[in-house]
Design a protein around this ligand. Structure first.
Ligand SMILES: [Zn+2]
Length: 144
């Protein structure tokens, strides 16, 4: 991938009152997810009530940024033409250390990507906005 992702003409997110904290944090390079104050579980995507216990007492907390790749796909024909200059690129399902799974852009590492790979948050400017993305943890980084 040699294109500057920030120059892509891609559609932006639809920001609602419910999702605004997520996008505000993303713009600052953070990944924030909801946590339930009653059952303690992490929640993603943003919701008005906890999907585990139906409590309405959800609070936002920054995620650790650690995750594991559950599945991925290399996209050669994007669903939106704005992504064409970046193709092929990888999107994947990332199981966050906190529990929930997030669909994310996966940045290339030095080795071929494998299911089960350890990932870390790597925010990146795409289409004029900073979005949460992930990249593989390189072997020499795992010891630290
Ligand atoms: Zn709950």
């Amino acid at each position: 991938m040699s294109v500057d992702l920030n120059t892509l003409k891609t559609a932006g997110p639809t920001i609602t009152a419910l999702t605004k904290p997520f996008w505000d944090a993303a713009a600052e390079g953070r990944l924030t997810i909801q946590h339930c104050e009653d059952c303690g579980k992490a929640v993603f995507y943003p919701r008005p009530i906890c999907p585990h216990c139906w409590s309405g007492r959800l609070v936002w907390k920054d995620a650790s940024g650690r995750g594991r790749l559950k599945s991925f796909s290399e996209v050669h024909k994007p669903g939106h033409p704005g992504w064409l200059p970046a193709a092929p690129y990888v999107v994947g399902l990332v199981e966050l250390a906190e529990g929930p799974t997030i669909l994310s852009f996966i940045l290339p590492g030095t080795r071929p990507l494998q299911v089960g790979a350890m990932l870390r948050l790597a925010p990146i400017a795409i289409g004029g906005r900073v979005l949460p993305a992930f990249k593989p943890v390189e072997p020499e980084q795992r010891r630290s």
